[in-house]
Design a binder for this molecule. Structure first.
Ligand code: TRP
Length: 332
């Protein structure tokens, strides 16, 4: 099992990223060989400030390490340090079809009304994502629901490339939706995903928040006056309540019905303080590690560089196969 996954280097990791992806990545380190990267090349598909991008990339690396990604066990790097990602993207661009990319919902969402003004990179984004995983013959790719379509596309590209070239250059990767991967919503609006781009900082819990800030955000989280039911079915029409129970269960690494078995009949006056204590107990050590590491650019850069060298060595034979399969005389 070879696990490959990436995350955009937005800086500022929040509870949604942690419970939706990172916690799962940390566990996967026990199950297979893992490569994790900061998708800085993907970040330039949208307008971005250069200084913010480099700071965000280091900050996200610090957050991943603080959360338990161990650079001695896993290969941790940023895409831009491994030119093979960009190279393979070009090779795959001969295989990917306009029609396939036109169906990608993320492109439709991100480009909005102004399709003509969208960057080529935004359109080709899923081809780079395919290169990210095919470069390493990934067998399992942990992704959230919203990235499943991109992974399907990676499989389509791999399959067509192999067929067209009459080779078995690429392994078809499986999406891996982890057992604990939770979809965490805003604390202010149970229908919107927790996001770093939400204007209200009260909508999310940041990895860098201290215990007081966490307790305050949970105390002020939107809820309703009703007591908690004894199963999740009873929360179908109560998105904010459901979100808080989901967060509790994900942090406690148990299932939401088990949480409700303990809290059935109680109101948020009881539930919120318990949730705040649990959140602080999980995040406190992570945020301490994060704060100790986040400004140490020298250490972070050397970790990312070492990871990039390992990744490049792993990807090199597969990239060479791809050149060869296409009849490109690359000298590799
Ligand atoms: N597009 C992914 C996201 O926004 C990040 C990503 C880039 C990724 N390359 C990847 C995820 C390869 C999995 C595999 O979440």
């Amino acid at each position: 099992m070879r696990v490959v996954s990436g995350i955009q280097p937005t800086g500022n990791l929040h509870l949604g990223n942690y419970l939706g992806a990172i916690q799962n990545w940390v566990k996967m380190q026990d199950e297979g060989e893992c490569l994790f990267f900061l998708a800085d090349l993907h970040a330039i598909s949208m307008p971005i400030d250069a200084a913010e991008l480099s700071a965000g990339t280091r900050e996200m690396a610090a957050a991943l390490i603080a959360s338990g990604i161990d650079p001695d066990r896993s290969t941790l790097f940023n895409q831009a340090r491994v030119p093979a990602h960009a190279e393979l993207q070009w090779l795959l661009s001969g295989t990917a079809r306009m029609g396939w990319l036109n169906r990608m919902t993320q492109f439709k969402d991100k480009s909005g009304k102004n399709k003509e003004g969208a960057s080529i990179a935004l359109f080709a984004y899923p081809v780079l994502q395919a290169a990210d995983v095919l470069l390493y013959n990934a067998t399992h790719v942990p992704v959230g629901e919203d990235q499943k379509q991109h992974l399907e596309l990676a499989r389509d590209i791999a399959e067509k490339f192999n067929t067209d070239t009459g080779t078995e250059t690429f392994v078809l990767p499986e999406p891996y939706i982890g057992a604990t991967a939770a979809r965490i919503m805003s604390l202010r609006d149970g229908s919107a995903k927790m996001s770093k781009s939400d204007v209200s900082d009260m909508s999310r819990i940041n990895l860098a928040d201290d215990a007081d800030a966490i307790a305050k955000k949970i105390r002020k989280a939107r809820t309703d006056p009703d007591p908690l039911p004894d199963t999740m079915d009873g929360l179908a029409e109560r998105p904010e309540a459901r979100n808080l129970v989901t967060i509790y269960a994900a942090l406690a690494e148990t299932d939401p019905d088990a949480v409700l078995a303990d809290f059935a009949g109680k109101g948020f006056g009881d539930f919120k303080p318990a949730l705040a204590d649990l959140t602080v107990s999980v995040l406190e050590p992570i945020s301490a590690n994060f704060n100790a590491l986040k400004d140490d650019a020298t250490t972070l850069d050397s970790i990312l560089q070492a990871g990039a060298e390992k990744a490049a060595a792993t990807g090199a034979p597969i990239l060479a196969d791809a050149y060869r399969a296409l009849g490109l005389l690359s000298g590799r």
